[in-house]
Design a protein around this ligand. Structure first.
Ligand SMILES: [Zn+2]
Length: 60
């Protein structure tokens, strides 16, 4: 399982969404529009599956 990340539009830094999935799970998941209070900039961001990617190293 890997952290699902999005890019903060304010800081351009990757931000963990709190989801934990593998690629198959991400493909299969029915993720509608989500909101996230961003730890990088403190604003609320909306994201969908199309905005997300998985952390490459997966944390082991
Ligand atoms: Zn942000």
């Amino acid at each position: 399982m890997s952290q699902v990340l999005i890019e903060c539009p304010e800081t351009k830094r990757p931000v963990a969404t709190g989801w934990d999935l593998d690629w198959a799970g991400l493909e299969a998941a029915s993720i509608g529009e989500q909101t996230l209070v961003c730890p990088e900039c403190g604003k609320e961001h909306r994201w969908t599956k199309d905005d997300a990617w998985l952390r490459a190293d997966g944390g082991g």
